[in-house]
Design a protein around this ligand. Structure first.
Ligand SMILES: C[S@@+](CC[C@H](N)C(=O)[O-])C[C@H]1O[C@@H](n2cnc3c(N)ncnc32)[C@H](O)[C@@H]1O
Length: 256
């Protein structure tokens, strides 16, 4: 039998600011009595709110700042014709599409889409990851277009009122990071906290019932698509985006 994976609990370490306590309550992150380097914790440092792994896992430190440093550069250099943008259909539209990012993780992709003008709801089931992303957005102009929720995406999508259906549902169940050292570190943390991506095919089915125009699935170039009937693919240098046009899609064209 395969080994059973157990989700690690992540706590918020003291001293915590009032706004962090509010976020912890909103996302369901327990507050610890003390800093504990043997477990996963969120804590404040000069880099802002940081997600730290246990010492035994290499004391990873994940911080997210959309307004400074390497990630801010990634946002500044993002383009309407890059593969992610083409996959969600940005270049063809005057008004950017509304997007539900149903596997938000640290919201890097969601932040790129919001930076390019999309209205994005980002769903993440691991409370600490959702909280880290929401904390990073607190003082960022991106917060006008990007809203983070802690949710099981399939249930959230299924409960969505038809009038609230997004143009695009975006799925990134991919943990095999092939980017910078920072992206690899982020994915290591996401994988450790989120566990195996075992419901991606079911999530795709739920997403296809909801998206008005398309569902986009980020895949490793060597992996097969989640379903056979991909409408078209957008190839990136390190990833592939499989696009599934949906029945309600008005777009006759099967290209980005
Ligand atoms: C590979 S990461 C996504 C990385 C993200 N695209 C980014 O740019 O930071 C996948 C994330 O999806 C979340 N996830 C997977 N299945 C989910 C589901 N059914 N509902 C909500 N979140 C889910 C996992 O917890 C994990 O954090």
């Amino acid at each position: 039998m395969p080994p059973t994976w157990q989700r690690s609990e992540v706590t918020l370490a003291p001293p915590a600011r009032g706004e962090d306590l509010e976020l912890a309550a909103r996302f369901g992150v327990p507050v610890a009595a003390a800093r504990d380097t043997t477990s996963w914790q969120l804590f404040r440092s000069d880099d802002g709110l940081v997600l730290g792994s246990p010492l035994a896992m290499g004391a990873l430190r994940i911080a997210l700042d959309p307004d400074a440093g390497a990630f801010a550069r990634r946002l500044r250099t993002s383009r309407r014709d890059e593969p992610l943008s083409r996959a969600v259909g940005l270049p063809k539209r005057q008004v950017p599409p509304s997007v539900v990012d149903a596997t938000a993780g640290l919201c890097r992709d969601a932040m790129v889409l919001a930076h390019l003008g999309c209205r994005v709801v980002a769903l993440e089931r691991v409370p600490a990851l959702a909280m880290l992303a929401a904390a990073a957005l607190q003082r960022s102009p991106l917060a006008e277009r990007l809203h983070v929720e802690r949710a099981e995406a399939a249930a959230w999508l299924t409960a969505l009122a038809p009038a609230a259906a997004p143009d695009v549902v975006y799925l990134d169940p991919m943990f095999d990071a092939t980017g910078s050292a920072q992206v690899k570190k982020d994915m290591q943390a996401c994988r450790a906290l989120a566990g195996p991506a075992d419901d991606a095919a079911a999530l795709l089915r739920a997403a296809r019932l909801v998206a008005r125009q398309r569902v986009v699935v980020k895949r490793h170039p060597h992996l097969p698509p989640l379903a056979d009937d991909v409408s078209f693919r957008v190839e990136g240098t390190r990833v592939r985006f499989d696009v599934y046009l949906t029945e309600t899609s008005a777009a006759p064209s099967r290209s980005p």
